[in-house]
Ligand binder design. Structure first.
Ligand code: SF4
Length: 195
């Protein structure tokens, strides 16, 4: 169960970061995949800056990589260079504009902020660390937590009945075990948010 929870948390954190990344790249007319290729090329060495290596690292088809590289080349973020010893090998390098773009865009601001907050805390389990990471990222990003009633500030139990303070309606036990769009985490608490 813990493994499943951990997997879901990773999935949720990843989709939050991907959505933030999409917004950021869309603002400059690019897609996340373009950014991922640029990032890879910014950190790989001279033996690894080929089409095949990019495809291998990102798990993409060669066709997708070729298309992506063509677009980035047209936008002057990349340039090709034939290997000086083997004319069959083509290296792909970031231009000055590509290097500037990577510097401007990475790391995601929200992740940097979250990292600063999380690095000051200690965790007993990886699930707890991921749960807190997700909570901090959601808070920094002002995104909805989609959590469970038990960690919502509107939730109360009165005379053995569950109550939603936001809608002023009674809740069945099963309602309290499902994620809610209106979930509002209790102040200073990231634990027990759902994912
Ligand atoms: S707002 Fe949603 S999560 Fe909060 S108590 Fe009401 S039903 Fe539960």
């Amino acid at each position: 169960m813990q493994e499943l929870d951990t997997f879901k948390l990773i999935e949720r954190i990843s989709s939050l970061l991907r959505s933030e990344e999409r917004k950021k790249y869309a603002a400059i007319g690019l897609q996340p995949i373009h950014g991922q290729v640029l990032e890879y090329l910014a950190k790989c060495n001279k033996y690894s800056n080929t089409h095949a290596a990019v495809a291998e690292y990102l798990g993409l088809t060669k066709g997708t990589v070729s298309q992506t590289i063509q677009i980035l080349e047209r936008k002057h973020y990349l340039e090709k260079e034939t290997d000086s010893l083997d004319g069959r090998v083509v290296h792909i390098k970031l231009t000055e504009a590509g290097i500037r773009l990577i510097d401007e865009l990475k790391p995601l601001d929200m992740f940097k902020q979250a990292e600063t907050k999380i690095s000051r805390q200690e965790f007993d389990t990886i699930g707890q660390a991921l749960q807190t990471t997700l909570g901090v990222l959601q808070k920094v990003n002002h995104s909805k937590s989609f959590g469970l009633c038990r960690s919502c500030q509107y939730f109360s139990v009165e005379e053995h009945h569950y109550l939603c303070g936001l809608t002023q309606q009674a809740l069945d036990r099963s309602d309290t075990e499902k994620i809610c769009r209106e979930h509002t985490p209790t102040p200073n608490s990231f634990i027990d948010q759902e994912y």
